[in-house]
Ligand binder design. Structure first.
Ligand code: SF4
Length: 200
């Protein structure tokens, strides 16, 4: 049986396959050294969800682990309101919704529905601006698009050259740790190098 793919990894893959390698290299390290500002804010935004302190209401599920056998993916949802059949992905800040984030929420949707949780409403919620962004329920065509993307992920050849895009790279949280680019990232990591460069 194939192993489940983490839904968050799909998002990393669409952003840059090399970021998955860097994420794994630095996982378990000192988080203050590795995390750039957006990631720290995002992590803080998810703390209540991860620690399941966001809500004690019986009709609200937070931080639920979800799986989908059909797609071979697994992950965690942020918030499901069962009365409204509403699945919500919370982000600290949302200026643009990227394709990877849409794939993430679609994947969560297919996990939840396969597990028997009905969903009528999908949405992103920006904590910093208290704004909601609805997302259409995925169609059969959307599901096929997601399945094709998962297949592309599975068939990825790591020997393939990594395309470096300066705009993207300088906004990448791993920029200061990445050996594919010389520039600094725009978030000015604190104390970036001392214990980290030795691994590159
Ligand atoms: S800095 Fe660029 S090449 Fe390196 S992981 Fe980030 S996006 Fe990929």
């Amino acid at each position: 049986m194939d192993e489940y793919i983490l839904i968050s990894t799909l998002n990393d893959f669409i952003f840059c396959p090399y970021s998955i390698y860097l994420h794994n290299v630095y996982a378990g390290g000192d988080e203050d050294l590795v995390h750039a500002t957006p990631q720290t804010q995002g992590k803080a935004a998810h703390t209540a969800i991860d620690e399941k302190t966001y809500s004690s209401r019986k009709d609200e599920l937070t931080g639920l682990s979800v799986f989908c056998d059909e797609l071979g993916v697994m992950g965690k949802i942020d918030l499901y309101k069962s009365k409204e059949k509403r699945l919500i992905e919370r982000k600290y800040q949302l200026k643009t919704i990227y394709q990877g984030q849409i794939y993430q929420l679609w994947a969560q949707y297919f996990c939840m529905t396969e597990m028997g949780y009905p969903i009528d409403i999908l949405e992103f919620y920006s904590i910093s601006t208290n704004t909601t962004f609805p997302l259409a329920i995925p169609t059969a065509g959307d599901k096929k698009e997601l399945q094709d993307f998962i297949l592309r992920f599975k068939q990825y050849d790591p020997a393939q050259a990594i395309p470096v895009n300066i705009n993207k790279c300088t906004h990448c949280i791993y920029c200061n740790l990445c050996d594919k680019i010389e520039s600094e990232n725009v978030y000015c990591l604190q104390l970036k190098t001392l214990n980290i460069v030795q691994y590159l």
